[in-house]
Design a protein around this ligand. Structure first.
Ligand code: 6PG
Length: 236
């Protein structure tokens, strides 16, 4: 990862999904050129659904059979639940582009033993993801790393159970080790309601305990004009 955030500000809310999807498609192609395969970890939430939809529409012919899908976090719900990140990804991307079922590695958020689910997932995750997609919550969380979360101090485990102040309350999440090891990280942020938190994250003091998304400062940040509207330094 780079050490300084690269900011890509797109003109409108409507053009953000295409800009992010193009970057992801290029990154997939590059990873496959380098190693013959690509590991792509998806995020949950409202913003990525549109990005995945655009990937499925505009990049349907990408070599999806060589892409292995992982998740940065999951809610503690069954895979067919409306809150499941896996379900959202399946509906918006994985089914439409026919990613082979054996290439999809979901977090088992439905298990009563979430700690066991986290330990099992850790064994599936490659040492370094080729591409990690992240979002930002209104409190500065990313994946399910919420401010003050014990997983932020983790030095060994790569996946852990976590508590969320937003529903659903129990989650599985990657830890900072996975963000640090990823080869390419993209933070995708949409909307003026994220403008304050984006400005704090990108231009305020560095404190990932208070603003976990700052763990991704080495990545590429895709912002629409609204999300970028409180930045002092906006690229042309
Ligand atoms: C989740 C996430 C989470 C998300 C942000 C932004 O499962 O909720 O992975 O980190 O990316 O909360 O979500 P929105 O795009 O919905 O604002």
């Amino acid at each position: 990862m780079r050490t300084e955030p690269e900011r890509i500000v797109v003109e409108s809310h409507q053009s953000l999904p295409h800009a992010a999807a193009s970057w992801i498609a290029d990154a997939i192609a590059e990873a496959i050129r380098q190693s013959g395969t690509c590991s792509l970890a998806l995020s949950g939430g409202r913003t990525p659904r549109a990005v995945y939809g655009e990937l499925a529409a505009a990049f349907r012919d990408a070599p999806w059979n060589k892409v292995h899908i992982y998740f940065g976090d999951e809610r503690a719900v069954p895979p067919n639940n409306a809150d499941s990140n896996y379900r959202m990804a399946r509906e918006s991307l994985l089914d439409p582009v026919h990613v082979p079922a054996g290439n999809v590695h979901r977090m088992e958020g439905e298990r009563a033993d979430l700690d066991g689910a986290a330990r099992d997932y850790e064994r599936l995750l490659p040492p370094a993801l080729d591409i990690l997609l992240l979002g930002i919550g209104p409190d500065g969380h990313t994946a399910s790393l919420f401010p003050g979360e014990p997983a932020l101090d983790e030095r060994t485990r790569r996946v852990m159970p976590a508590d969320s102040p937003f529903p659903p309350p129990r989650r599985l999440t990657i830890t900072p080790l996975v963000i640090a090891a990823a080869r390419r990280v993209a933070v995708i942020v949409d909307g003026a309601d994220k403008a304050d938190i984006v400005a704090r994250a990108l231009e305020g003091p560095r404190d990932p305990h208070a603003l976990p998304v700052q763990l991704a400062l080495g990545g590429v940040w895709f912002l629409d004009r609204g999300a970028a509207s409180k930045l002092a330094r906006v690229p042309a």
